[in-house]
Design a protein around this ligand. Structure first.
Ligand code: SF4
Ligand code: SF4
Length: 308
């Protein structure tokens, strides 16, 4: 049976995805130019992988030769928990409170792909969740999921921006969505609130100054000139999303229990990190996004916060 938008939406939602959008698999021109400009300015900092596979980022048929469409999917991870702002603890970005989303979403994608293949045996695809040479956010915009906010995250009018994005490149054809207009308007709340001025212009984030990058992906020492600007963030930073009016008005708790805080990972005692050994780190953060920094990175972040 030929797949339709309705069939895919019904199957994706029955598996647990919140939003589903469809975009034609066209070449990306202006979007790749923007990426190249961003790279030329060095805003990727240590994320050199962003410089690779530009051809694939530009043209998804370099990944799946008979690509016709992109199916964009989202999964809400918001939960209502709050920080205590205890100075002896370091805050963790809300996406990392529970289980690693890659593990959850990969499984959901596998189930969805199998169901779609059962319906249409000619269905072929390649899926990504946040990794791989795909411009996830661009496709989420093109498929009508939402618009890119000035903080560079995707915003949906019903969910705000607390969601993960997955994309499926496929040889199936669908009806394609109109893009959602940009509803940021004259708001500049995220730009004004960013403590390190990392949002250097609308929609452009300089990773060299972004606490989220510096505490997670960064392998180097912390920039001393930002030492009094981290506002207690140990792993990631949510300030620009916390102040966004679309999140303040529309965030609803996720149905995914695995995204609710695990092992009190909302904020972590800095003394505990100082004393932690590899064994304890593995035991506490196995299956959590926090494991990405390794113990060395988490200790560096904790030390940086203590010295402020
Ligand atoms: S994550 Fe934090 S540091 Fe990065 S742009 Fe947003 S507010 Fe600024
Ligand atoms: S805080 Fe304002 S400018 Fe920033 S993303 Fe949200 S709506 Fe857009």
């Amino acid at each position: 049976m030929k797949l339709t938008n309705e069939i895919v939406i019904q199957k994706a939602k029955s598996i647990g995805f919140d939003l589903v959008g469809f975009a034609k698999a066209e070449k990306l021109a202006s979007e790749v130019e923007n990426l190249e400009d961003w790279l030329k300015l060095g805003y990727q900092s240590g994320m050199s992988y962003m410089e690779r596979n530009i051809d694939k980022r530009k043209d998804v048929s370099q990944i799946l030769p008979d690509a016709k469409s992109i199916i964009s999917l989202t999964l809400n991870y918001y939960t209502h928990h709050q920080y205590s702002n205890n100075k002896n603890k370091g805050k963790v970005s809300r996406y990392a409170w529970g289980k690693d989303y890659h593990l959850i979403i990969r499984e959901m994608l596998k189930n969805l792909e199998e169901e779609l293949c059962d319906i249409d045996p000619k269905f072929s695809c390649k899926s990504y969740v946040d990794t791989g040479p795909m411009m996830d956010k661009v496709w989420a915009v093109k498929s009508g999921i939402g618009w890119m906010g000035k903080h560079s995250n995707i915003i949906n009018r019903d969910y705000g921006s607390w969601f993960f994005i997955a994309n499926i490149i496929t040889n199936a054809e669908f009806d394609y969505a109109d893009q959602i207009p940009d509803f940021c308007g004259s708001c500049t709340a995220c730009i004004d609130a960013c403590p390190t001025d990392a949002i250097v212009s609308d929609y452009v984030v300089d990773s060299n100054k972004c606490i989220s990058y510096l505490t997670i992906e960064n392998k180097e020492d912390m920039p001393q000139e930002l030492s009094d600007k981290f506002d207690g963030w140990l792993f990631g930073c949510d300030i620009c999303q916390d102040v966004c009016p679309w999140n303040i008005k529309f965030s609803e708790p996720s149905f995914v229990q695995d995204f609710h805080p695990k092992n009190e990972n909302i904020e972590i005692d800095l003394n505990e990190i100082d004393k932690m050994d590899n064994e304890e780190f593995k035991e506490r953060f196995s299956g959590s996004p926090i494991s990405r920094t390794k113990l060395k990175g988490l200790k560096r972040n904790a030390k940086f916060l203590r010295e402020r």
